[in-house]
Design a protein around this ligand. Structure first.
Ligand SMILES: C[S@@+](CC[C@H](N)C(=O)[O-])C[C@H]1O[C@@H](n2cnc3c(N)ncnc32)[C@H](O)[C@@H]1O
Length: 211
């Protein structure tokens, strides 16, 4: 676990309300749009990597998904999400506190039908960190499983919450995932922060090839 990063994120989630976060979405519409393109049964595992306090989890629960995994480096983020959901809904979710750059628990998952990452990969600046992310993704995702990655686009901000980011386009993400994955859809999406500032993202959906 990178303790400095954990402290950084814990501080943010401790001081800000969920709807003050610079990535808060009342309804995570672009992720919902891509999810609607996936053929996933309600009991298959869905991993929200770097879930934070995301409302995507609320959406998945409301849609009847039963095997939802929320993973994050920040226990404060996960606690915030758990509290908002309340006991009953929170019990549907499996909670994993882990660092994707040095994973201990995430890499034990198997047959994940959807890997959802909104605004996490772009914080991994070192090749070694990106490779840890990728090898974990490849290990846990099932054949035919889906990957949604949303990152700051090439036109997007160079920093988020005080940290440098790596900007992506769809081709960079396709190259990153490699030949085992087929791109199904991508789009540019401008997210507006609670402050009203625009944040251009690239959203991508891939499927792991069956053979
Ligand atoms: C910008 S926030 C996005 C949160 C959420 N995906 C959303 O869309 O609301 C980035 C999240 O990634 C988490 N994170 C950052 N680095 C991480 C790492 N190395 N491993 C796991 N989670 C990480 C942070 O704690 C934070 O919750």
């Amino acid at each position: 676990m990178n303790n400095l990063m954990k402290e950084h994120w814990n501080e943010i989630y401790t001081w800000l309300e969920t709807d003050e976060l610079g990535w808060y979405e009342k309804v995570p519409e672009p992720s919902i749009k891509l999810l609607s393109r996936c053929n996933i049964s309600k009991d298959e595992p869905i991993l929200d990597l770097g879930a934070g306090a995301s409302t995507f989890i609320d959406y998945l629960i409301d849609q009847g998904f039963k095997n939802i995994i929320a993973a994050d480096i920040s226990d404060s983020a996960l606690n915030k999400l758990r509290e908002r959901l309340g006991k009953e809904k929170a019990s549907i979710v499996s909670w994993i506190e882990d660092d994707i750059t040095r994973p201990i628990h995430i890499q034990d998952l198997r047959d994940v039908a959807l890997w959802h990452d909104r605004a996490v990969l772009h914080f991994l600046l070192e090749e070694k960190q990106q490779q840890a992310y990728l090898s974990t993704l490849k290990k846990v995702i099932k054949k035919g499983g889906y990957v949604i990655i949303a990152a700051f686009s090439l036109k997007g901000a160079k920093k988020c919450s005080g940290l440098d980011v790596k900007n992506y386009d769809q081709n960079m993400l396709a190259k990153f995932l490699g030949e085992d994955f087929r791109m199904i859809e991508y789009f540019d999406y401008t997210y507006y922060m609670p402050s009203g500032e625009p944040r251009p993202y690239i959203y991508t959906l891939f499927q792991k090839k069956k053979v």
